[in-house]
Design a protein. Structure first.
Length: 101
């Protein structure tokens, strides 16, 4: 199972574990989560001081945005979190999603 935590005020999303939906290399659930968080990591690196870890089964993306990116960072994090939440709703036995203020 992939466990996802989203800390809204800190612009921080972490995902740990593997979905186990299908064999490695064929797992659409893992691929979807990885694609969203890899995209978020690229944006975070551009928008401010980012702390990023992209390892199999361990992804962490936190951003301290530069002033001009405050609103875009909040919007992008919210959008990615919405996608992750939708994946968790569709595949609840493979993904859990927790949101914190």
């Amino acid at each position: 199972m992939i466990t996802i935590t989203y800390h809204i005020g800190r612009h921080e999303i972490a995902a740990k574990g593997h979905a186990g939906y299908a064999p490695e290399g064929q797992d659409i659930v893992c691929a979807a989560v990885t694609a969203l968080l890899t995209t978020l990591a690229q944006f975070a690196a551009h928008a401010g001081d980012a702390e990023i870890r992209l390892e199999p089964g361990d992804i962490y993306v936190r951003c301290r945005p530069r002033a001009r990116y405050d609103r875009p960072v909040a919007l992008v994090y919210s959008t990615v979190a919405g996608g992750l939440w939708a994946i968790a709703r569709r595949y609840p036995e493979y993904v859990s999603f927790e949101k914190y203020a």
